[in-house]
Design a protein around this ligand. Structure first.
Ligand code: F6R
Length: 240
């Protein structure tokens, strides 16, 4: 794993966006793995700047998001579909039909998981962006005695629901389930960019990078991947 520590968040965001820009320049038909949450917002901002400057185009790329809440329609303000539109998709030239998020609204969630995995197998991810949960989750793969490889439905941990409650009017509104790419699908990406920001993640990023490889810290499985770059700000990186 390569580690880079940044004093300045804007520099970190630009560096991460540049990795995606370089991937697209190298292969305009690249498949990009995307994440939601607060961590990637600034990175998406830099990608939009690069698009506006004419440096990159997303028109031939395909994107796959890691996860979506179960039971929130894509029009719901807190759905990850809306998040992606608001922070990236509405501002770039990515054709709608090339942007994929799992749907948490279909009746047959199992079939949805299988169909997402089929699409991922047909268009393997070139570069995957990841944030890190306070409990070590990646995507919505929560700490557990065992983890699933493919796309699946998860019960969200109370701590995860509490962390995400800030985006909802009341904590009760945070869905209890999500659909997420599995750790196996994430590890199939050709390269992975793990971004960690903030003092409250210093301990968990240390466990993920230097602790034992364990399903109790799902991000620790990234230690087994051949091409991971970890970008941290000074606060998150203070124990590394
Ligand atoms: C979001 C996702 C999650 C977040 C993680 C960190 O698509 O997959 O694993 O990356 O919960 O969230 P933030 O960035 O809000 O701290």
């Amino acid at each position: 794993m390569e580690l880079k520590c940044f004093d300045n968040i804007s520099d970190l965001d630009r560096y991460a966006a540049q990795i995606f820009a370089d991937t697209i320049k190298h292969n305009p038909r690249a498949t990009l793995g995307l994440a939601t949450g607060s961590t990637p917002i600034g990175i998406y901002g830099k990608m939009i700047e690069m698009y506006n400057n004419g440096e990159i185009s997303f028109k031939d790329t395909t994107t796959f998001n890691l996860d979506e809440y179960v039971g929130l329609s894509p029009d719901h303000e807190q759905s990850y579909a809306q998040f992606m539109k608001h922070h990236l998709f509405d501002h770039i030239d990515l054709p709608k039909q090339q942007a994929h998020l799992p749907s948490g609204m279909v009746n047959d969630l199992k079939a949805e998981c299988q169909s997402y995995d089929r699409m991922l197998a047909e268009q393997p991810i070139d570069v995957q962006l990841l944030g890190l949960g306070h409990n070590g989750h990646i995507g919505f793969n929560e700490p557990d005695q065992e983890l699933q490889g493919g796309t699946h439905i998860v019960e969200l941990e109370e701590a995860t629901r509490a962390a995400n409650a800030r985006f909802f009017d009341t904590p009760d509104e945070v869905p209890t389930k999500a659909i997420t790419m599995g750790v196996g699908s994430i590890l199939k990406a050709d390269s992975i960019v793990l971004v960690v920001k903030g003092a409250d993640k210093a301990n968990i990023v240390k466990q993920a990078l230097h602790g034992p490889i364990t399903t109790e810290v799902p991000a620790s499985l990234l230690q087994t991947h051949k091409n991971v770059i970890v970008l941290v700000d000074r606060e998150a990186g203070r124990l590394l």
